[in-house]
Design a protein around this ligand. Structure first.
Ligand SMILES: NC(=O)c1ccc[n+]([C@@H]2O[C@H](COP(=O)([O-])OP(=O)(O)OC[C@H]3O[C@@H](n4cnc5c(N)ncnc54)[C@H](OP(=O)(O)O)[C@@H]3O)[C@@H](O)[C@H]2O)c1
Length: 245
């Protein structure tokens, strides 16, 4: 028996990266965890998988509604489109901008619309949004990522001010995290030794789930390499952006 045995969780964008770290942590404590993504994780017999592509809203809405018709105690949203590469505003295509909005913002909106009724029945249910320092710092060469993550942040901030039966908490890394999404944007041979790993989120995710976010409703928590964490106002996130050369 784990501390989350009997609970059912959904992690959108849980097949890889930080979402996967959170899904693994919850499953490791005995929860039934469904991860949603475009491709099935090949190394996760302990997780259920649902194919959802947030750029296909009709299909995504239908699949999320089916999940929302069942018991859901906690939902995490970690899906992201970073964009092809760092580029100035004028070098970003409208297609890339729309995809980032579709996944990073509308994907979150669709997830909440579908799952909130079930989360309210859990009373208290828990929403964990995976945020980013970019929502606080913006930075050059990442206008679409910054704008979409800032929109997602304030969407969840606003929701937290409405909800009573669902606690809403955001988590963000203090530094860079070694994930497939980041690796796609780095050159071969890049040194990731200073990077955090998705498992750094295990402690905060488990603690939040066990107490359904009690004491942290509406907060954004900055998570450190050692798994320690603190509210953003106590530990302002350092910008990870680099000057464009
Ligand atoms: N890594 C970092 O350094 C870092 C720093 C700050 C904040 N963050 C935040 O952490 C979160 C996760 O980032 P990550 O680096 O862990 O990313 P990642 O490894 O690329 O994982 C992204 C997840 O989203 C899914 N996904 C992508 N496009 C999707 C779509 N169209 N429909 C459904 N699912 C989709 C991916 O699965 P499929 O590709 O199979 O669909 C995967 O499960 C993001 O919110 C990001 O802003 C990360």
């Amino acid at each position: 028996m784990g501390t989350l045995t009997g609970r059912r969780m959904v992690v959108v964008g849980g097949s890889t990266g930080i979402g996967r770290g959170i899904a693994d942590a919850w499953a490791g404590e005995g929860a039934d965890v469904v991860v949603c993504s475009r491709s099935r994780p090949t190394d996760a017999p302990h997780l259920e998988w649902e194919r959802i592509d947030l750029t296909e809203p009709d299909h995504a809405r239908e699949r999320l509604a089916e999940l929302g018709a069942t018991r859901v105690d906690a939902a995490c949203f970690s899906a992201v489109q970073y964009g092809e590469r760092r580029a100035t505003f004028s070098d970003v295509s409208e297609r890339e901008w729309r995809t980032q909005i579709d996944v990073n913002v509308t994907g979150l909106w669709l997830t909440l619309q579908a799952l909130l009724p079930s989360l309210r029945r859990a009373d208290p249910g828990l929403v964990v949004g995976v945020s980013s320092e970019v929502a606080f710092n913006s930075g050059p060469g990442r206008s679409g990522y910054a704008a979409s993550k800032a929109a997602a942040k304030v969407l969840l901030d606003s929701l937290a001010q409405e909800e009573r039966a669902v606690r809403v908490v955001q988590v963000l890394p203090a530094g860079m995290v070694d994930t497939p999404g980041i690796r796609r944007r780095r050159p071969a041979g890049f040194d990731y030794s200073s990077y955090m790993t998705p498992s750094c989120f295990a402690r905060v995710a488990t603690e939040l789930a066990v107490r359904a976010g009690e004491g942290h409703h509406g907060e954004s928590l900055v998570v450190e390499q050692d798994g320690d964490w603190a509210p953003v106002n106590d530990r302002w996130p350092v910008s990870q952006s680099r000057a464009l050369t």
